[in-house]
Structures are given as structure tokens and as C-alpha cells.
Write a protein that binds this ligand. Structure first.
Ligand code: G1P
Ligand code: ZN
Length: 543
């Protein structure tokens, strides 16, 4: 097999963000773009000579072509073996599981998660370490350094590998094992949850709709929910993955999964609804007339996890990202377990999970997971909910209201201002950062600022420090607003404003979240000048 060494030059901007490198698909398809980045990953992790890697993606446009390039480059760089999902498909949690269960040297995941797919949409590539989790900052920094020093890449000259047939083939010296993307993952779920109890729940007439949003979870949800758990055929909708996700935006939230949301809010909807994103790591959970915020979901799952066999022994601790509401903190306090507050992005949970300090983790951005893998896991969260529903035989709404009565309710909402001109977003953000020190004691929209700081995280396991992780402002009445700039966008800047207010008065637990948070939203605008800086009168997406 001929190996070519191709001269190249560094390409600016190949900096991994919150979750790997994300760019417009057409950018990834430019000459040398993908190849440069793959070689930089290989160089950044000390080469792949003799190593075994996992490879797969969410099936979006260019997933197939990019996978063939990566295989040829792995062969040219001396890798021993690549384990690939059939047709180069693997959900992110399934990839994480394979990396771990097969004892590999890590893996490459092709995905831009919930960003739309297609030739004119988004693409992404991320390296996960041997623990199955997204590369921590030390590793992504080395990859970024490698992109800036690159002068050549190596690639084999070869025909495409047949990735449609299960089994082992070769690409020169490289062994390529094509595996069923669903099988191992489904077995793991059977180990964690009481499938008999969930089967009995469905047999009793319990109804559900799972919206796979034309993305990667379709085959996983069909196999597990319909084939193994006996949910009626048709429970999983939009179950066939497509390269452009059916032209949609595969983000499971009330805006992008509106049809499911509206169905569950109607009187004739099913008992339970759920959706997942492009690569299967996010989830949204709904009951009839009940929307479960991701922050509440984490808190409720923490309170009830012992009902599932995999968590019967109790939880070692929990972790949430800083902008996620503090709902889980009070459950952790009641359980007497540790609760960690990390920066945004799943990579920060890895050390806590590896060190046995946390069992469950979650983010407000529709991400929940546990130490069974090192990624968030959409279907896992849905199955834990089903296990809890099977055990309690209570409607979602009743469980949620009971939870609020016990622990109080954190009204919560995130306002996203998308595709803001980068200079305007930076001006807003830097301006706010500069005046943080002067805010305490001042009042905005009738609320007095008690604290204002920029979040930095000291990892308790490896001692590393991550600075500049969001601006947070606490009000005297316990409310909070957080400002962050997104690290996953591909054009312009996205400003995220996270609003939160704790309510413990039992007579005020069933308010509309928008109303309950209206003062804080006004204060946020007065403090940061959102309208003035962005020219926007309202957020683009409210979740
Ligand atoms: C967003 C979410 C974050 C999540 C990430 C990857 O990142 O906010 O919680 O981990 O996507 O799914 P952001 O765009 O805010 O940097
Ligand atoms: Zn995702």
C-alpha cells in the first residue's frame, strides 16, 4: 500500500471548542482542512503508531467521506486497529462505551451534535481519550499547538473500505473491525436498568413517544424501546437517520422539538415523551402537561436513581455545570453526598467520574449522564426516567410537583442570542467583565446585586485551573443570572444568558417560568445592555 506524505501549511482557526472542532461542512471539505486537523490530533496525542482507535459519527453529511479519510490516515500513521461502527455510525455515548469496553487508545467522533447537518450546515470532529471522554483542555491545547506547527500529513493511497459489512478487514497493515453500533450499547443499558419492570409498565398500557429527530438515536431507540422493552411499534418517530436530519435542527428542546412538546401539552398526548439530538447525547423529557427542565431532571434523577439496579448502592456524588440550576445541590445535601460545580462542557466531568467522586452529572443544555460512559447520554436518561416511572407508577407531573414541594423549585430559563456579530458580543461581554467589581450593592429592575464574579474552576482531581468560564451575578433574594459566550458555534457569536430564581413557598410553585423570571430578565438587560449592544429586542431561542 502506497503511503503519501503530503506537504501542507497550518490552517488558522483549528482550535477545538467546548466539544471538539466545529465548522461549516464546506470548510471541513476544503482541501487539506480535515487532513490537517486529523494529523494534528494524531501528533497532539503523541502519534498513533500501534494504537487502537474507535471511529464513528452521527451520520450527518460528509460523515462517510471523512471516515474514509481518517481510516487512510490512521493506516498511514501506523495505527494497529480501528473499530468502526457499521456505515461509520456511532452515537456519541455508544462511541464512549466502545472506547472504554474495548480498552482502546481513544476514538474520533464525527459530529456537530445538535447543530444542523448538510452541505451548507455544520460538521465537527472530536477526539476522546482512553477513558471514553472528550479530551481535556491539556490535550486539546496540544492538538491546537500541533495545528499551528503542521508541515505535512500522511495518508494511504487506497480504495474505500467497505464499512457496510460487519467483520474484520484490512487496509494495508491496519485492521478495520466493523461493529454493530447498537449491540454493545443495548447490553450496557440492560445491565443498568430493570428491563422487566419497564416491560411491565408498557404492557400495562403506558404510552410514550420518542422523537429521534431524524438523527442517530433512531436505531438505538427502536431496538431498545420497541424490540427489547415491548413499546408498541411507532413509539419511536423520525427514527431513520438522514444526512441533513430531515432538514431540521436536531436539538431536543421546546423550540426545535415543538411538535413533540405540543403533543405532550395536549390532553390526548401520551404519558411520556422524550427526544434526543444529532449524536444522541442530549435528551428532553416530558410528561403529560409537564415539561421537565434539564436542571430539574438532574435533580429528580439524583433523588430517585436508587430505583434502578445500576444505582441501587447509592451515588458517590453529583456534578453539574456552573450555569445549571442549583436544584440538584439541595438533593445532594439531603442525601449527604458531594456536589461539584464545573465549567460548561462534558470534558470537565471526566476526572470526577474517573476518580469515583461523582456518579451522575448534568448540564442545563439537555445533557444528563452517569459514570457508565464518559459522555452525556440521551437514551440512558430516558431509560432511567422509565425505570423510575415503572417503579413509582406515578405520572411525571406528580413526581415533579412532589419534588418541588420537598426541595423547592428553581425557576430556570436560558436565553440565546444567536449569530451576533463577534465584535458586538465581545464588547458586551468585556464591558460587563470590566464592571463586575462595581455591581454589588447596585439595584437593577428592583433587584439588588449581592455578588458578581467571573467563574474559574480548580479541578479537585488533577489540580488544573480553567479561567474565564462565565460571568455570574447573584441577587440578594437568591436569584441569579449568568452570561457566557458559546464555544460550539460555527459563525458569529452566541450569547447565552441563564436566569434562575429559587421558590420555596408552596403556594407559588406552579407559576409560569417566564413570569417568575421576568424581573431577573429585565435586570440582566439593564446590567449588560443586551438590547443596546446586540440590537436584538428578544432572544432567538428560549429554553
Ligand atoms: C453547549 C452547551 C454545553 C454543552 C455543549 C456540547 O456549549 O451549552 O452545555 O456541553 O454545547 O453539547 P456552548 O455552545 O454553550 O459552549
Ligand atoms: Zn450532542
Amino acid at each position: 500500500m502506497e503511503i503519501r506524505t503530503v506537504p501542507t501549511a497550518p490552517i488558522a482557526g483549528q482550535k477545538p471548542g467546548t466539544s471538539g472542532l466545529r465548522k461549516k461542512t464546506r470548510v471541513f471539505m476544503e482541501p487539506h482542512y480535515l487532513e490537517n486537523y486529523v494529523q494534528s490530533i494524531f501528533d497532539g496525542i503523541g502519534g498513533v503508531q500501534g494504537k487502537t482507535l474507535v471511529l464513528g459519527g452521527d451520520g450527518r453529511y460528509f460523515n462517510d467521506r471523512a471516515s474514509q479519510v481518517i481510516l487512510r490516515m490512521a493506516a498511514a500513521n501506523g495505527a494497529a486497529k480501528v473499530i468502526v461502527g457499521q456505515n461509520a455510525i456511532l452515537s456519541t455515548p455508544a462511541a464512549s462505551h466502545l472506547i472504554r469496553s474495548r480498552g482502546t487508545d481513544g476514538g474520533l467522533i464525527l459530529s456537530a451534535s445538535h447543530n444542523p447537518g448538510g452541505e451548507d450546515a455544520d460538521f465537527g470532529l472530536k477526539y476522546n481519550t482512553p477513558n471514553g471522554g472528550p479530551a481535556p483542555e491539556g490535550v486539546t491545547d496540544r492538538i491546537f499547538e500541533a495545528t499551528k506547527a503542521l508541515s505535512e500529513y500522511r495518508i494511504a493511497v487506497a480504495q474505500d473500505v467497505d464499512l457496510s459489512t460487519l467483520g474484520t478487514t484490512r487496509l494495508g497493515e491496519l485492521e478495520v473491525e466493523v461493529v454493530d453500533p447498537v449491540a454493545d450499547y443495548a447490553v450496557l443499558m440492560e445491565q443498568l436498568f430493570d428491563f422487566d419492570a419497564i416491560r411491565a409498565l408498557f404492557a400495562s398500557g403506558f404510552t410514550m413517544r420518542f422523537d429521534a429527530m431524524h438523527a442517530v438515536t433512531g436505531p438505538y431507540a427502536r431496538e431498545i424501546l420497541e424490540n427489547r422493552l415491548g413499546a408498541p411499534a411507532g413509539t419511536v418517530v423520525n427514527a431513520t437517520p438522514s444526512p441533513d436530519f430531515g432538514g431540521g435542527h436536531p436539538d431536543p428542546n421546546p423550540t426545535w422539538a415543538k411538535e413533540l412538546f405540543d403533543l405532550l401539552m395536549s390532553d390526548d398526548g401520551p404519558d411520556f415523551g422524550a427526544a434526543s439530538d444529532g449524536d444522541g447525547d442530549r435528551n428532553m423529557v416530558l410528561g403529560r402537561h409537564a415539561y421537565v427542565t434539564p436542571s430539574d431532571s438532574l435533580a429528580l434523577l439524583t433523588a430517585h436513581a436508587h430505583r434502578a439496579p445500576g444505582y441501587r448502592e447509592g451515588l458517590k456524588g453529583v456534578a453539574r455545570s456552573m450555569p445549571t440550576s442549583a436544584a440538584v445541590d439541595r438533593v445532594a445535601a439531603a442525601l449527604g453526598i458531594a456536589c461539584y460545580e464545573t465549567p460548561t462542557g462534558w470534558k470537565f466531568f471526566g476526572n470526577l467520574l474517573d476518580a469515583g467522586r461523582a456518579t451522575l452529572c448534568g448540564e442545563e443544555s439537555f445533557g444528563t449522564g452517569s459514570d457508565h460512559v464518559r459522555e452525556k447520554d440521551g437514551l440512558w436518561a430516558v431509560l432511567l426516567w422509565l425505570n423510575i416511572l415503572a417503579d413509582t407508577r406515578q405520572p411525571v407531573k406528580a413526581l415533579l410537583e412532589d419534588h418541588w414541594r420537598t426541595y423547592g423549585r428553581n425557576y430556570y430559563s436560558r436565553h440565546d442570542y444567536e449569530d451576533v456579530e463577534t465584535e458586538k458580543a465581545n464588547a458586551l461581554y468585556d464591558g460587563l467583565r470590566a464592571k463586575l467589581g462595581s455591581l454589588p450593592g447596585q439595584s437593577f429592575a428592583g433587584l439588588t446585586v449581592a455578588t458578581a464574579d467571573e467563574f474559574a474552576y480548580d479541578d479537585p482531581v488533577d489540580g488544573s485551573r480553567s479561567e474565564r468560564q462565565g460571568l455570574r451575578i447573584g441577587f440578594a433574594d437568591g436569584g441569579r443570572v449568568v452570561f457566557r459566550l458559546s464555544g460550539t458555534g460555527t459563525v458569529g457569536a452566541t450569547l447565552r444568558v441563564y436566569l434562575e430564581a429559587l421558590e420555596t413557598d408552596p403556594s407559588r410553585l406552579d407559576r409560569n417560568a417566564g413570569e417568575a423570571l421576568s424581573d431577573i430578565a429585565r435586570a440582566a438587560d439593564e446590567i449588560a445592555g443586551i438590547k443596546a449592544h446586540t440590537g436584538r429586542q428578544a432572544p432567538d431561542v428560549i429554553t
